[in-house]
Design a protein around this ligand. Sequence first.
Ligand code: AMP
Ligand code: MG
Length: 487
Amino acid sequence: MDFAFDNSFHDQLEGFYAPGDPEKPSAPKLLAFNPILAARLGLCTQDAHAAELAELFSGKAMPNGAAPIALAYAGHQFGHFSPQLGDGRALLLGEIVAPDGARFDIQLKGSGPTAFSRNGDGKAAIGPVLREFLVSEAMAAMGVPTTRALAAVATGDRVQRERAHPGAVLTRVASSHIRVGTFQFFAAHFGADHVIQLSDYSIKRHFPDIADAANPHLALLDRVIGLQCALIARWLGVGFIHGVMNTDNVAISGETIDYGPCAFMDRFAVNTVFSSIDTGGRYAYGRQPQIMHWNMARFAEALLPAIHRVAPDDVEAAKALVDAIPERFRAAWHAEVRQKLGLAEGGGDDAELIDSLFGELDKHSVDFTSFFRALAMLLRGEGAMMQALLPIADAMAPWIADWWQRIEQGAANPLELADAMDAVNPLYIPRNHRVEAALEAAETGDLAPWLELLEVVRAPFDARPGLERFAEPAPADAAPYTTFCGT
Ligand code: AMP
Ligand code: MG
């Protein structure tokens, strides 16, 4: 199979990575492949056999033109700076340019130790690999910017964690793997020249239209802030909690990256945390905008040497960009919620209606995903779904009355509006209890539940008879859900 690699990071940024080779798995077996993504990338995989794909996407066979490298990066982890992280369990095979001209990284995750592995084994267990595959595909289907999963391959080897698990390799596709932490690494260890080199490369790759800006590095900061505001608004809109928003897990492309302890919220609670290591609730659902702000301040700091080199006065402008984040985020968030609620842009002042909604949802512990579908059902004259969601009849009656009044002020046809709302409010998300059950089965060799769940979440907006159980939250008396880092 021909990949037509064009490895710009490797060729243009020598010194920003460490070359390395994947460890050869003993008995690679294809678990899952993503032919739709392969087609989008322009890869000719139609004639490839499962055995060939398993070898290619596990590190057993190296495709022509690959130049495997582990990227260097640093990062603030839970607020503390780690000067050297880097790809400890991942190797970038190379980049390919899709038929439409878009450039993508093809990366193996879990393919063995690299120069940055420290004490880690560089491997991944089947559970986290299938989890990332499933959740990233669900996010993509919901239209949330994200890295994608091209393949998952069982290695045939065991990976030792708290106990031994079957090992696996994920092939991750990203528009790049440049992170805030990449800038931090070169700012901390090398200084302005390296930061400028990385910034210039990033601009050329992601934002070529700002290359001629008066201060391109300042323009880069502006762009990345805009993308992060948009991304976190989308996360909150689908009830997604990333769980480990360290600066090394913030891609400058604006894609969601690093699906470790992430999970979706069922019943709404603004302080929801799933990750076992996030004991302080730093990365709780409702804190994600503040953390994004904090992460962007770290990005600005890392860019300062470059910004200052072009124009010392622009340091103030960078500070102003960071200070404006809460306002910018709020605009993105309100646009997101307005869509979810079927409220037309510019149809009036919705701020109070939007802000009060989340207090109500929290107070009544309403299933977040179902709530917006139930609102659309009200527009169709059907109230049963809403009644079933609320702990006591009329629990949210005043808020719903206000919303109804706002809808009536608009001229939209209620049935058309209901359909438009359903097109942005998912019905099927990867519910935690379903994900867990699917991964447990996969660990023992039964992939059927995982494959079924994948098919369900790949069409998140389309109600399908027979799939009702996938739209339901875990039973109210289920144990609290906890996630663990995908290491
Ligand atoms: P993460 O929490 O997944 O963002 O990872 C933080 C850092 O730990 C990154 O530098 C990873 O490459 C590294 N890391 C995580 N798991 C492993 C592992 N099993 N082996 C080596 N490095 C790892
Ligand atoms: Mg990471």
